[in-house]
Design a protein around this ligand. Sequence first.
Ligand SMILES: O=C(O)CCC(=O)C(=O)O
Length: 289
Amino acid sequence: MTHSTWTAVVERIEQISEPEFYRQYILPQKPVVITGMMHHWQAMHKWSFEYFSQLRSTQQFAIEQGNVMQNETLFYKQEFGQYITKLSESIDRDTPAIKTKPADVAYLSVFDIFQAFPALKADVDFSLIAAHKLINFIYAWIGPQGTVTGYHADWADNILAQVYGTKRIDLVSPAQDACMYPSAKFEFRTKLSSIDPDHFDRQLYPLFQQAQPFTTTLHPGEMIFIPRGWWHRVESLSRSISINNCGLDLKSILLDESREQVKALLHHLGLYGRECTCHTIQNGKRIRK
Ligand SMILES: O=C(O)CCC(=O)C(=O)O
């Protein structure tokens, strides 16, 4: 990594009540890792690649290749079962330094798992955040070692929960927006950074070296609160199954969601966001994820 040598750790707590979570973390918009509130999740006992491979679905889903936040948007469509079978055969390397070519890292990201498998809804419990929000969006992230979701900031408070495997999370405060160089690439409900810390141009983005990231590793059974507007970069250190809940309160619906919906509409009409994470060009045609 080539940002400043300054790193800080994210606070870790074991348990917290919903009202205290609101008072201590949502209101002040402070990140935190919660280590002991997923024991009762059915997902912790049930979800694995073997379990997923028994779920019946012939539906095709978009599989992302590499870090689409900062690099070229690449994806292909595959049946869930085929993707999971391939993934369950993949092995974690002890030395992630010997990396697979980024575009060969195939990631079932932003996966609308409950639309595909509604019965699984009962396996998770995001009440800690959902109790304080009017609208909640839940997505699963299932992939091999080495996936990278590059620096971006969501227009919503978010809890990312780790069910299987480990992930490294880097966070940068919105107070440091100037160091993060927002890019023009469009992603719905998100602001993307131009910075890929593994390869970035110091001449073009000098302030990134002054960014003060908080770094943490998320283990199975742990979840992290990422407040609205906090930049985050997520890298899987092993095969991994995660699930996140982004929640909107009334203010976010009026300010952020309405603006994002207008942008999305203009984007789909081809009037906004020439570069994006939701379309790719295949055989000269613009294909939607
Ligand atoms: O787990 C990942 O790869 C990314 C998760 C993420 O960006 C999020 O929860 O907002």
